[in-house]
Design a protein around this ligand. Sequence first.
Ligand code: COA
Length: 187
Amino acid sequence: MHTTHSDLIITTHDAAGLAEHLDLVLDTYAEVYATEIATDPFFSLPRYQDRLSAYASRAGFALALGYVGDELAGYVLGFRLPEGSGWWSGLQDEVDPEMLIEDGMRTVAICEIMVKEKYRRRGYARRLHDTFLHDRTEERATLLVDPINSPARSAYRSWGWQRIGGVRPFPDSPLYDGMLLDLPTRH
Ligand SMILES: CC(C)(COP(=O)(O)OP(=O)(O)OC[C@H]1O[C@@H](n2cnc3c(N)ncnc32)[C@H](O)[C@@H]1OP(=O)(O)O)[C@@H](O)C(=O)NCCC(=O)NCCS
């Protein structure tokens, strides 16, 4: 599928599409996360590639790529949480247990959303986010955001996301804020 928004062209893909565009996806990650890659092994390219392979193997995996001309300006990717998913197992706060039930159909997880610095504040992340979520069948979306990442936190707040609690998905990962967004059109 192709969606055009002014100078941003968004294409959507499955796991085969990720494999096809892997070099561009990795190059974009390396540019956006250059500082973290230099200082934290969790963000290294091999670790990122391992995570990408794991995401791509999941049911409901999707990728939205945003191009300006021939250049990949940013992308969003994620997958559907399987029944009994461990997504919430790193949750550090008490919440209503009903919130954490995953039946394999309920929740789409956004694992990555990034836009290259020179293309920021043009609404591209919003457009990628909206395109990624547009045709989903799940009733809600989740993502994890580092609490010190104020651009992303501001964006999610203004897009209607709610914080559920602190989540550490991997033992050596940062402590993230676990966020949820209702996808009302699917109720
Ligand atoms: C977070 C990120 C994806 C936003 O991309 P973007 O294309 O600039 O976002 P948008 O232009 O769609 O901005 C949407 C809203 O986000 C908020 N926002 C974005 N950047 C901001 C900043 N630097 N400071 C404050 N608010 C900001 C604003 O509310 C903005 O709306 P506005 O421009 O109308 O005020 C981008 O900064 C990025 O790639 N960061 C590095 C990777 C990352 O941290 N990803 C999120 C991981 S959870």
